[in-house]
Structures are given as C-alpha cells and as structure tokens.
Design a binder for this molecule. Sequence first.
Ligand code: ATP
Ligand code: MG
Length: 429
Amino acid sequence: MSKSLQAIRGMNDILPEQTPLWRYFEGTVARLLDNYGYRQIRMPIVEFTELFKRSIGEVTDIVEKEMYTFDDRNGDSLTLRPEGTAACVRAVLEHGITGGGQVQKLWYIGPMFRHERPQKGRYRQFHQIGLEVFNLDGPDIDAELIVMTWRLWGELGLRDAVKLELNSLGTSESRGRYREALVEFLSAHLDKLDEDSQRRLKTNPLRVLDTKNAETQAVLVDAPKMADYLDDESRVHFEGLKARLDAVGIPYVINPKLVRGLDYYSKTVFEWVTDKLGAQGTVCAGGRYDGLVEQMGGKPTPGVGFAMGIERLVLMLEALDKVPEELSRQVDVYLCAFGEAAELAALSLSERIRDQLPNLRLQINAGAGSFKSQFKKADKSGALYALILGDDELAQQVVGFKPLRGQGEQQSIAWDALAAHLATCVVQG
Ligand code: ATP
Ligand code: MG
C-alpha cells in the first residue's frame, strides 16, 4: 500500500479485537467518576495555538517541539490539543462556570496529539482520561483524586503493579526562591551538565531535576532540595495530603525530583508509575495548579487535576493478564436460519426476543452458506447457544436450541417460550 494511504506514524487504529478492552477500561473509569460525583465535559480537539503556549509554557517540551500546529484557512494558528487541562480551563472560563467560587469537578476523555518518537507506550495520537477540579484548595481534594485512582487500580487488578510518587513544588514564591538557589548551584557545575540541562538551566531550570543523564544526576545529588524551600502553607498542605493517604492506607514514596513537564503546577504533584511497561512507566500524572486560571485571564481559582494514558493502561492490563475472561465473548446467542421463509421468520422472531430481552447479545446469520458453515460461524462467534430455524422448525413454530459450550443436548423450543427460556440460561450484564 502506498505510504500516503497508510495511517500516520504513531497514530493507530484500534481494531475490533482491541475495542472490548478499551470499552471495559473506559467504562470502569466512567462509572467510578460518576460515583464520586464528577461530571463529564467535552472540548474540541483543536484550539488556538496561543492557548497552549500561554498555559503549558513556552519553554516546555510540548510547546517547543511536540505540538501539531497549522494555519487555518483564514490564517489563524491552530493546534491539535496536546493535553486537556488548557482547553478545560478555557471552557470553564468561557462559560463562567467557575465564577463566584463555584466548585466544578469535571472529567474528559479523548485523543491528544504530540509529535514524539513513537515506541511502545508512546504515540503521536494517544488517548487520555483527565479530570480537573476547580475552587477547592485543600489537601482533601488532592487526596480524593489519588484515592479514586487507587480504587481504580483495585478494580482493574493493577494495585501491585503501580507505585505512587509524590512531591510538593510549593507556591510560586517559594518555587521562585528555590529556582534561584538551584540556578546558582548548577551554574557552578555548568561544565558537568549535559547539553539539554545547560539549555534548561536558562529556560526552565527545575526541569534539570528530571534529567536522564547520569553525569548530571551525579551533580544533582548535592543540589539544594525543594523541601528545604517550601513555605509553611505548602508544607501544611503536603502534610495534610500525606495524612489522608496514610489514613486510607495508600503507600507512596516522596520523589523530590518529581517536577512534571508542564509549567503550571504548584504544591502537590504526583505520578503513578509502573515497571511493567519499560521506559514508558508513567500511567497517570497530575497535580495542583492554583495559578493557572488567573494566568489565563480568570479570577484566582484553585485547581487540581490529573490525566491517565489509556494506551499504557490497556497495555498493562494485557501484560499482567488482567483482561476479564468475559470480554472474549461478545455474543450470547447465534441464530442460524436456512431458506427464504425461515429467514423472514427469523428476523421477526429475533426482534420479538430483543423486545423482551433488551440486553441479550443476539447475532443473526441468515442465508449465508450451508448448515455446516453457519454452524462454524456460530461456534467461532463465542456464543453460548445456537438457535436453528429451518423449514421443519418453521412449520412447527419452534427453534432448535443447541448449547455450544457443552451444556447439554439440543432441544426444541416453541417460539412463544423462547425469550423466557433464554432469560434463564443467559446471564445478562
Ligand atoms: P512522559 O513523561 O511519559 O512523556 P508526560 O509527563 O509527558 O509523560 P502528561 O503530559 O502528564 O505526560 O500526560 C499524562 C499521561 O498521558 C502520561 O502519564 C501517559 O500515561 C500519557 N501520555 C503522555 N504522552 C503520551 C504519549 N505520547 N503516548 C501515550 N501516552 C502518553
Ligand atoms: Mg512527555
């Protein structure tokens, strides 16, 4: 196939074999968020480029080198969203739904776009479920976000495979003081820093902390520590968060080098990481961003949120064999009809059954091939039962009811009794 007719590198089709697992994951998260009182918001996937520059920060990896930016036909610079927070903040401001201190607990789901080097767990179109809370400034809400994700890992069977890392970046004032101290320290060791870190020292010095370069990491061992610069307010907030996690029994490690790639964080930052996915170990990440709304032209509004990468979590469910058994079966009953008159009867019969059993997963295969080939398809579909409707059955107004998974002999069931019979033998979700 010519290259221009293939999917773009790093942008993947999610094939029918994979969608049941995606839907299971997305459905589990959606139900959980509903239960905690979060409401879904849907933003466009394209915004003005300026929105992301202003909110994410000019000297972040995302804005410097990862955005899909293009000119609209009228000359506006637009960008495919690289993340959800900026657009969510834009939306709440535009609709005034955080005004007057109104609390909003929102979540969203959808594709994000970043021009990164594609590899396992890292794509150019990827999907996130994200969540943002506005106008709650206490550690209790930071804790709620983490508690919810902990519950999610529990439901998915992933608890043993993830680890929570926490840090506090302090208020922007204390972070400013820390930044100065860090710059002073690093400037004295300039020759030992890798090239990227030398550049970041000038543009975004905190990012030097999460360098992957071993020599730079060695220098950092003696660098000033953020914890020593935390203001009292941030310290109390952080202690409050830790006390809540302790109360629920959620284990965590403090990672003083956790700074997150985006400019807008303050106080709490956290990441859920795993060692089951190789280099792409962060499955969920977030933090507090009390200054962002104001920075984007709104009134001072505390905010906190996180985003999780769906691809990475789906990969984890597969790698750890946590795909629920029932996902392999998408059909309960497979109806095979033979002959024109039987086909007609099969259609109206199946509609009657659907009326009575709206959750039944009934697939009808009429007129396609021999008895043998239809039966093969019924079996391959994973269905529990096949229904057989030929001329003989039509004449007697019955169907042949054949268990496909070794649950007894074939029997004959009258059309009128069929729905009731199915209700007893197919457990419906
Ligand atoms: P990383 O350090 O892996 O690049 P990040 O800090 O850039 O992640 P965030 O912007 O915080 O990631 O996004 C939150 C989550 O979205 C990540 O933890 C990850 O699970 C997922 N994610 C981010 N970028 C990608 C990508 N290119 N492909 C797949 N998932 C991604
Ligand atoms: Mg990244």
